[in-house]
Design a protein around this ligand. Structure first.
Ligand code: ADP
Length: 308
């Protein structure tokens, strides 16, 4: 079973409009509200791939109840800690050209007691999990080595941790030795403090992250595919050209593909194909964190993994 950790979940509200103008009232009947936050996007995509998911994190208020109901409807089993604060809402407004504006609320503050309850329930369930994804920014109030604490529990049981976060939240948790981290190019540039133009630039930066403790690193490049470096080898993944509709959530979908492939003990080349096929398939959907399995299977055939 695949575990997902979403410490700062959100209601994702999508609004489709004709054109992104400012100072104008926009009306639309094309909108939706889904259970979001990067880890819940991962959970949803893993479910669509047909695998069992156990979701962990914090939920609070009527927004939290909404998310709990939505994920139960999707057949996702969960152990969310009920918190005093209120779960956040995030907005994504998309126009017909594919341009979008995202607004992310900061979210609630987590208490020490709530954090301890999460660690306790996670430890009680780790034996049921093969791979655990840990995604997104940290909520306020929580220790910034929380991911490291969870990864320690995962590694002690010989399970695999996939950490998908950015900036300081990524750096301070690397010494816990996550199996895989997946910054996108921009996130890696922000950590390194420079522009990464060439393969050599990306390789050098990846090495720094590996030296800090990650066992493997995938650097996702949007429509240009992905690089992968680490103990499983060095690769460039080339993906087919598609007409992107909404690439928000493609990174989360690629994490779901990684978790799926790794939990099935697939060869790394197959794992990379799944990760990218899920990312590409998500970019072809309107909804965030959604894939069509038929499309995934078609794209799998068109992905090329080059050994570096
Ligand atoms: P993030 O959402 O974390 O920024 P990316 O945008 O790099 O991650 O997307 C992750 C993966 O999804 C990419 O490596 C690629 O395989 C796929 N993908 C993302 N955007 C597109 C796109 N516009 N066209 C085709 N594939 C895409």
């Amino acid at each position: 079973m695949i575990g997902t950790v979403t410490l700062n979940p959100a209601i994702d509200r999508r609004y489709n409009v004709d054109k992104l103008d400012i100072n104008i009232v926009k009306r639309t009947s094309d909108y939706s509200a889904t259970a979001g936050g990067k880890g819940l996007n991962v959970s949803r995509v893993v479910r669509i791939l047909g695998e069992k998911v156990l979701a962990f994190g914090f939920l609070g208020g009527s927004e939290g109840d909404f998310i709990q109901r939505k994920i139960s409807e999707l057949g996702i089993k969960s152990y969310f800690i009920n918190i005093k604060g209120t779960t956040r809402t995030c907005l994504n407004i998309i126009d017909e050209l594919g341009d979008n504006i995202e607004i992310l609320e900061g979210g609630p503050t987590i208490t020490k007691d709530e954090e301890n309850r999460l660690l306790k329930v996670f430890k009680s369930q780790i034996d049921n999990l093969d791979v655990v994804t840990l995604s997104g920014s940290l909520p306020k109030g929580i220790d910034n080595d929380i991911y490291g604490k969870l990864i320690k529990v995962i590694n002690e049981k010989g399970k695999k941790a996939i950490l998908d976060t950015s900036g300081r939240d990524l750096i301070v948790n690397l010494d816990s030795r996550p199996f895989l981290v997946k910054p996108n190019r921009e996130e890696l540039e922000n950590i390194i403090g420079g522009v990464l133009n060439t393969e050599e630039d990306i390789k050098k930066s990846a090495k720094k992250i590996l030296d800090l403790g990650a066992q493997n690193i995938a650097i996702s490049l949007g429509s240009e595919g992905m690089y992968f470096f680490g103990k499983l080898g060095n690769f460039k993944v080339n993906i087919p050209k598609i007409k992107a509709i909404n690439p928000v959530g493609s990174g989360d979908s690629s994490i779901a593909g990684f978790a799926y492939g790794i939990s099935k003990n697939l060869d790394i080349i197959e794992v990379l194909k799944y990760a990218n096929a899920c990312g590409v398939a998500n970019a072809m959907e309107k909804e965030t964190g959604k894939i069509d399995v038929t499309v995934v299977n078609e794209i799998l055939e068109k992905i090329e993994v080059v050994i570096l």
